[in-house]
Design a binder for this molecule. Structure first.
Ligand code: MN
Length: 260
């Protein structure tokens, strides 16, 4: 199995290497990721200047790794168009530091990168965990492995695009795994004003969810203490039924508990 890993937190991000460490056990992994943090750049693509990529020393030995002077989307386009040879089975973007929920997925660089994989016909996952929670990142990496196995053993149809979010909880307290839809609204809804001693500035601030999310949405699920899996762009994956997805969810939980 061959997996392309990218992210929007940059090549040095702990979340990225937590993911690679687990995936390396089941697949050949190539990392192509931005050389610096690019969170919230969404689907941005660099068209008006050249893009440079450098093969760099991986944090985990034996993993072919490229640092891209560009956006997360640039990284995936470059990887699939040039840098990675042979058949890629799966594109995974993450593990993002901080959840990507609701309509904010449209500005997420993590989701933006996975979108480029999906648009090129590859099964793609965007995976995000609670900010600053190492345990949550570890569980996220294990969920990635479980999903990767399912996708490559044909129990899931090819060409799907899933947005996965882990709640801010230890495994013992995670209640379940749920298929969700995107909650409406953006969390980046506050503009703070200040003065740096020279001039006034504005700062766009992310607010936490207020507990008013609709049932069955991604925000609701993580507030409940569940792992949320939102299928994005379902149209292309005609065979993907709710039954398949729900089976997938109960299998993930069983596997996680088994390994506990
Ligand atoms: Mn990020």
């Amino acid at each position: 199995m061959k997996i392309l890993v990218t992210n929007d937190d940059g090549i040095l991000s702990e979340g990225l290497w937590t993911l690679v460490k687990e995936l390396k056990e089941i697949a050949r992994v190539t990392v192509v990721a931005p050389d610096r943090e690019q969170s919230a750049v969404g689907t941005a693509v660099t068209l008006r200047q050249p893009i440079r990529a450098q093969k760099v020393k991986p944090a985990i030995p034996g993993v072919e790794t490229y640092a891209v002077e560009g956006t997360p989307s640039d990284s995936v386009i470059l990887a699939l168009g040039k840098l990675v040879t042979g058949k890629v089975d799966l594109v995974i973007s993450g593990i993002n530091h901080g959840m990507n929920l609701g309509e904010d997925v449209h500005i997420s660089g993590t989701v933006g990168a996975a979108l480029q994989g999906y648009l090129r016909g590859f099964t793609s996952l965007a995976i995000s965990a609670a900010y600053g929670n190492r345990q949550s990142r570890d569980i996220a990496a294990r969920v990635a492995v479980i999903l990767a196995k399912k996708i490559t053993t044909d129990s899931l149809p090819a060409g799907i695009f899933l947005n996965v979010n882990l709640p801010d909880l230890p495994l013992a307290k995670i209640g379940g795994v749920r298929i969700t839809r995107l909650a409406s609204g953006s969390h980046i809804n506050t503009v703070e004003e200040g003065n740096d001693g020279r001039q006034d500035y504005y700062w766009l601030v992310r607010q936490r969810a207020d507990g008013a999310a609709e049932r069955e949405t991604d925000i609701w699920a993580v507030e409940q203490g569940d792992i949320s899996i939102t299928p994005l762009y379902l149209k292309r994956s005609g065979k993907l039924s709710l039954a398949i997805l729900n089976n997938m969810c109960s299998d993930i939980l069983k596997e996680l508990r088994k390994q506990q």
